[in-house]
Design a binder for this molecule. Structure first.
Ligand code: DGL
Length: 265
């Protein structure tokens, strides 16, 4: 590998940009290819077989085309379903994104935590096992959202998304208990699309909670595998964004901040 690794960041759509943003901060010198599988979006409404049948062969084509040194699966749904088959099939290192249940439960003071993810992610045994292993005495509620990822895509695309539509998706996360000391105080953002809406989640929350976004931890994992930035040759950095539908991206000015200011080709 050269000092400027090729990093492929993969998601079903635009949610993986919230992970990319942190990885780019940690390795601003790398070359990035971001792939959104919009032709198959949303993964959260698919069966496990369908996601594996889609992602495993598609990843083979992407590895062939882009020769990444490392792949970030910046999607909880794809990671919880397909990370094991991907690792079994390809030798390139994969960094996955899985619900941050352990850190959330470690931080909760009221011991009441909610995990907000796609319907597929919260249904999976993988996620339930994380709760069994890492709840640390917390009462953990799984909340599957059918629409929030689609709403996040619409909002990033400049569309109008009503507060009521967002609130309806997040409301089940807030469990009142007997008062402030026993109500939900920590919510895991277990879908990479949701941090795209973070300002609105904070504003619409019935009471303040801590929202746990795993992206900084994923960036640290990337650095632990690839090493830290070789600061001297930032001019070698590059970025591209591709969609499996073949569409050209329309949102360059909205996307550029996620690429650390680089304009994605
Ligand atoms: N970004 C994906 C995740 O983290 C989900 C969006 C979808 O349903 O495709 O789970």
């Amino acid at each position: 590998m050269s000092g400027h690794p090729n990093i492929l960041v993969f998601d079903s759509g635009l949610g993986g940009l919230t992970v990319l943003r942190e990885v780019v901060k940690a390795r601003p010198d790398a070359r990035y290819v971001y792939v959104g599988d919009d032709a198959f979006f949303p993964y959260g409404q698919r069966s496990e077989e369908a996601v594996i049948g889609r992602v495993v062969p598609l990843m083979g084509e992407l590895i062939e085309a882009h020769a990444p040194d490392l792949v970030v699966i910046a999607c909880n749904t794809a990671s919880t379903i397909a990370l094991a088959p991907l690792r079994a099939r390809y030798t390139v290192p994969f960094v996955g994104t899985v619900p941050a249940i352990k850190p959330a439960c470690a931080r909760s003071k009221t011991k009441r935590v909610s995990v907000l993810g796609t319907s597929a992610t919260v249904r999976l045994e993988y996620t339930r096992a994380l709760i069994r292993d890492f709840a640390q005495g917390c009462d953990v509620k799984l909340v599957g959202s059918a629409n929030l990822a689609t709403l996040a895509e619409a909002a990033l695309g400049g569309g109008k998304v009503a507060d009521e539509a967002i609130l309806a998706e997040i409301a089940p996360c807030f469990v009142a208990g007997d008062g402030p000391d026993s109500r939900t105080d920590t919510i895991v953002l277990a879908c990479t699309h949701y941090p795209l809406l973070l300002d609105r989640l904070v504003r619409l929350a019935p009471w303040p909670v801590e929202w746990i976004d795993p992206a900084p931890a994923i960036a640290r994992r990337v650095v632990s595998l690839l090493g830290s930035s070789s600061a001297s040759h930032h001019h070698e950095q590059s970025a591209a964004i591709l969609f499996t539908s073949g569409q050209r991206h329309r949102l360059v000015s909205a996307l550029t901040p996620y690429f650390g200011g680089l304009v994605p080709a």
